[in-house]
Design a protein around this ligand. Structure first.
Ligand SMILES: Nc1ccn([C@@H]2O[C@H](COP(=O)(O)OP(=O)(O)OP(=O)(O)O)[C@@H](O)[C@H]2O)c(=O)n1
Ligand SMILES: C[C@](O)(CO)[C@H](O)COP(=O)(O)O
Length: 250
């Protein structure tokens, strides 16, 4: 503890919320996406291990499919996970945003930094997790890992009939764009306020904090933190795992 008995920035405790309640419609028919296997191990277990690999993360809250909390609890019990980390499982909601809010509601009081990490990004390296935590400890209320884009991006007028040509409205300057990943890291109070205040449907937590007018910063993301969204992403994820096994020499 620092002299005035408040925790210093490095003593702030970090919890991770892992929304895992999605169906995975874009991945095609099958079990809920987080429960599907990557090299024989459920994607969710890979994601939980990736976050628990950070020594700073002492609690992981998994947000399970709405009727799947008992199954997810059994899954966590059946897999080796670090002893130093506590785990909680809560049922999720209809949207990612709702699921994250349910995870936040389950957090015990003594956590000051919260990471929100998609179960669908199972292979994020621990260095990326630690870089996000460090940036929050250094004082940023919201931190997003992100990568520059490889493709040029066009803003279009979306077609009303699928398959119709779409008029291009603009070409944003690519050098100023970033593709954002998770874990996104937050000062807990800021994230809770964002979830209490913002009612629009958004696709990431940081954009809710942007709507509060708070500072959001980007740190370097990692290629291996990609999101498993479509079937080809499963092929890539298994290839990354195979390369890791080769590099680890077993
Ligand atoms: N109601 C929901 C919807 C999504 N998620 C989680 O949010 C993360 C990112 O969402 P995405 O990859 O879009 O997953 P899905 O919503 O499952 O995918 P899809 O849109 O293809 O159904 C995933 O870990 C997913 O489980 C969630 O917890 N609760
Ligand atoms: C949070 C996220 O992973 C950042 O890229 C992404 O926005 C989730 O979006 P999705 O529509 O749930 O795939």
């Amino acid at each position: 503890m620092s002299d005035d008995s408040r925790p210093s920035r490095t003593e702030l405790r970090t919890a991770a919320v892992i929304p895992a309640a999605g169906r995975g419609v874009r991945l095609g028919p099958g079990a809920p996406k987080a429960l599907r296997a990557l090299n024989g191990t459920p994607m969710l277990i890979h994601a939980v291990r990736a976050l628990a690999a950070s020594r700073a993360v002492s609690l992981v809250v998994v947000v399970a499919p709405p009727d799947g909390a008992p199954e997810v609890k059994s899954l966590l019990d059946a897999h080796a996970l670090p002893d130093r980390t506590d785990f909680l499982v809560v049922p999720g909601g209809e949207s990612r945003q709702e699921s994250v809010k349910l995870g936040l509601d389950a957090l015990p009081p003594d956590y000051d930094i919260v990471l929100v990490h998609d179960a669908a990004r199972p292979l994020v390296p621990v260095d990326t997790v630690d870089a996000v935590i460090q940036a929050v400890r250094d004082g940023a209320p919201a931190v997003v890992p992100a990568l520059p884009l490889a493709d040029t991006v066009k803003e279009v007028e979306p077609a009303t009939t699928p398959g119709d040509p779409e008029p291009v409205l603009a070409t944003p300057e690519r050098a100023r764009l970033r593709a954002v990943q998770t874990p996104q890291g937050f000062d807990r109070q800021t994230l809770v306020r964002a979830h209490e205040t913002v009612t629009d449907n958004v696709t990431d937590d940081a954009s809710m904090v942007e709507q509060l007018g708070e500072r959001v910063v980007v740190v370097p993301g990692h290629e291996e933190a990609f999101k498993v969204t479509r079937p080809l992403d499963l092929v890539l994820a298994e290839a990354v795992l195979a390369r890791r096994r080769l590099n680890d020499g077993f």
